[in-house]
Design a protein around this ligand. Structure first.
Ligand code: NOJ
Length: 712
């Protein structure tokens, strides 16, 4: 019997109440609870979320113990009438016990293979602890770094978003979702949450359909194409329509246009929040709106279990609608193999390889923003290590770290000591009392300042109105600069911070992010030259908060003020020049890469040929002319010069990261076909239009290295 038949068979035996039970997700208890056990027995719980608070990412959220997980599963399997297993979900966002870089940082690695591998490791660790389903990857593109949740997503670009979505889904779900070490993934938050007004969490969004299809949806489309099992609806409304009750979004687009066939879970309490959003008066109204819109599983507020039965009886919801939702849930449970293997065997996991991969990904995620030649440091140099993040552990793990342990995380001082021993001159001064640190700095060859922000100003409900570095840290930089020493800033941050008045005073800037368990070791790998830096930022660094939003894929202004690209920025603001501090795709290396001329295998191609599946090739030689072997991420952007709607000045359409040894040249080839050259109309139809395309290949989005190809 195949899965569809099994689903039908189970469904045919279910009472309405049992069906509704499958759509009910509740908080997992942390200790035995007879009331909960009884609800399981009666088939009233379809899923547990293993989180004790709504802000799981910032609160301590203990994992339900294995014994209890299995005990409750046994009740479901052996004592409920139909024996349908429970699916256990948890926010396993960018790591489990081993923590990997926050997703915004991981995107900067431009290394989807490595990301996939690390997410496989994450799945292995979490599955061994009884997790079946993770609420990740978070795919909300964001153009506003004030938003605390920018850390959870892939940055500002739909192409990077799509590539990372695929990597994460494949990593979590593996070759086979039913494997013991696979997790069901959940693409969230669908859709548009990253556009929260002013970067204020949970706020409204205003998104045109054109923008939705071209900007916000591609990452979700990629997740769906990669076979993601579930999708989580987002808290926000779009132009007055809450997504939680938006049939247009949850059904017409997600299923109709994207072809998603898994199940949709709400966000925490989001169904009952339809009342506060002003589109429903009672819980029953909320349940009716959400289920009829296509929202299958109700997270935590029990609005479905308390209301759907009477809604069916009164005809406001059809049993067919319930059946459809239940079938989707059962299908994922069957695909996950929960009917055959419902229990967790609490395997011990050897984390040696996981930690090694975490260190590699952390190093590949870090971005060298500035270097006047001071880096790499010699392991013989005397380094004064100073600043508020010298001994910090927890922040390095980042927000949305439920199971990583700060006490197992090396801090920067420990990591550096393991490389240079007594050459590290560490000062424990409070940064307000600097005399001792200054005295040490005077003896040192170089000063390394450990700077940044805590995880408590990032993540859910932790947005900021100002992305500047705290004043005391800026003062610290100025104070060491006047000593006449070389000063290196290492930034442990969750978002791009405003770099005006900061980077100018530093001789080198290494953006280390909150890169997980191995943050400090990876930062030292780069500082001391064991790794040649190769991360490139997947989000623009504005110079100051007032320049937000600032993103590379802007459309062209009619008035010659494309300030991102340096065109008349003085006409944008009279008090500052809004060019990026560091543009999208930017990141330095210790070596130098020289880009050759771009070549296309044709300068003209028929649109009809593209429609028939032909493509054309773009090649460029990149030579490593520096003194180190190193990796470079070669980036290809297009500009559709004239179209029926305005298209961005640059759109990333390809990248490849490859190692190039010194004095060697590598040839990079990109194929451009129908799928890369078009856009979606506001009706969600994909179209490619004839005309001239500029094609750029270079080291970041500002590259001027360009060629033109015409579609006829
Ligand atoms: C609310 C968050 O928005 C979501 O990302 C998370 O998965 C749920 N809480 C569950 O913790």
């Amino acid at each position: 019997m195949n899965i569809e038949q099994r689903v039908e068979e189970i469904l045919s035996q279910m009472t309405l109440q049992e069906k509704i039970g499958q759509l009910n997700q509740v908080k997992a208890p942390l200790k035995a609870d007879e009331e909960v056990f009884e609800q399981i027995r009666q088939g009233k719980i379809g899923s547990f979320i293993m989180a004790t608070t709504a802000h799981a990412g910032n609160d301590d959220t203990v994992l339900t113990e294995n014994l209890l997980i299995n005990k409750m599963q046994r009740i479901a399997v052996e004592e409920s009438r139909l024996g349908i297993p429970i699916i256990y979900g948890r926010d396993v966002i960018h790591g489990h016990r081993t923590v990997y870089p926050i997703p915004l940082a991981a995107a900067a690695s431009f290394n989807p293979e490595l990301v996939e591998k690390c997410y496989r490791n994450i799945a292995r660790e979490a599955a061994a602890d009884g997790v079946n389903w993770t609420f990740s990857p978070m795919l909300d593109l964001c153009r506003d770094p004030r938003w605390g949740r920018i850390i959870e997503g892939p940055g500002e670009d739909p192409y990077v978003g799509a590539v990372m979505a695929e990597a994460c889904v494949k990593g979590f779900q593996g070759e086979n979702i039913s494997d013991k070490d696979s997790l069901v993934a959940c693409a969230k938050h669908y859709i548009g949450y990253g556009a929260s007004e002013g970067g204020r969490d949970y706020h409204r969004t205003e998104i045109s359909d054109y923008n939705l299809y071209n900007y916000y949806l591609p990452a979700f489309r990629a997740a769906v194409n990669a076979g993601v099992g579930t999708v989580m609806s987002s808290f926000n409304d779009i132009s007055g329509q809450p997504v939680t009750s938006g049939k247009k979004y949850l059904t017409d687009i997600l299923r109709g246009k994207l072809g998603f066939d898994g199940f949709v879970v709400s966000d925490w309490d989001a169904v009952s929040q339809l009342k506060r959003q002003g589109v429903a008066e009672t819980d029953a109204d909320c349940a009716e709106l959400a289920i009829n819109a296509g929202l299958d599983m109700n997270m935590t507020d029990r609005v479905y279990i308390n209301n759907l039965e009477s809604l069916v009886e009164s005809g406001r919801v059809s049993e067919e609608t319930i059946n459809t939702a239940v079938k989707r849930v059962l299908k994922i449970k069957l695909q996950k193999g929960l009917f055959q293997n419902p229990y967790c065997d609490a395997r011990e996991i050897d984390r040696t390889v996981h930690l090694k991969d975490a260190r590699t990904l952390a190093a590949e995620s870090m971005v060298l923003l500035k270097n006047d030649g001071v880096l790499p440091l010699s392991k013989k140099s005397r380094v004064a290590l100073i600043g508020p993040f010298v001994r910090e552990r927890r922040a390095l793990l980042g927000s949305w770290t439920l199971d990583g342990k700060a006490e197992e995380t090396a801090n920067f001082a420990e990591a550096m000591k393991s490389v240079i021993g007594a050459n590290m001159l560490l000062s424990d001064d409070n940064i307000a009392v600097l005399d001792n640190s200054i005295a040490r700095a005077v003896k040192a060859d170089v000063v390394v300042l450990a700077l940044g922000e805590s995880e408590k100003v990032t993540g859910e409900a932790y947005s900021v109105s100002d992305i500047s570095l705290p004043k005391n840290q800026v003062e610290l930089i100025h104070r060491y600069k006047v000593l006449g020493k070389k000063v290196v800033g290492v930034f442990f941050c969750g978002r791009p911070m405003a770099m005006e008045g900061v980077a100018e005073y530093l001789d080198a800037v290494l953006y280390a992010w909150h890169s997980g368990s191995e943050t400090a070791n990876a930062a030292c790998d780069i500082l001391f030259g064991d790794v040649v830096p190769n991360g490139k930022t997947a989000v623009t660094f504005p110079k100051r908060t007032g320049h937000i939003p600032m993103y590379y894929n802007v459309t062209s202004s009619g008035r010659c003020v494309n300030c991102y690209y340096g065109e008349n920025p003085q006409n944008c603001y009279v008090d500052s020049l809004p060019t990026p501090a560091f543009p999208f795709g930017f990141g330095l290396s210790y070596t130098k890469f020289e880009y050759g001329e771009i070549k296309a295998d044709t300068d003209e191609i028929l649109l009809d040929d593209l429609i028939d599946g032909k493509s054309f090739k773009i090649t460029v030689n990149v030579k490593n002319t520096g003194d180190f072997d190193g990796k470079e991420t070669v980036q290809l952007y297009i500009r559709d010069k004239i179209a029926t709607v305005m298209r961005p000045l640059r759109e990333l359409k390809g990248f490849e990261k490859r190692k190039i040894n010194k004095n060697e040249t590598e040839c990079f080839t990109f194929e451009l076909g129908y799928d890369k050259l078009g856009f979606y109309t506001e009706n969600g139809e994909y179209t490619v239009e004839k005309g001239e395309f500029e094609i750029y290949v270079g080291e970041n989005c500002l590259t001027k290295n360009k060629i033109t190809v015409r579609l006829t």
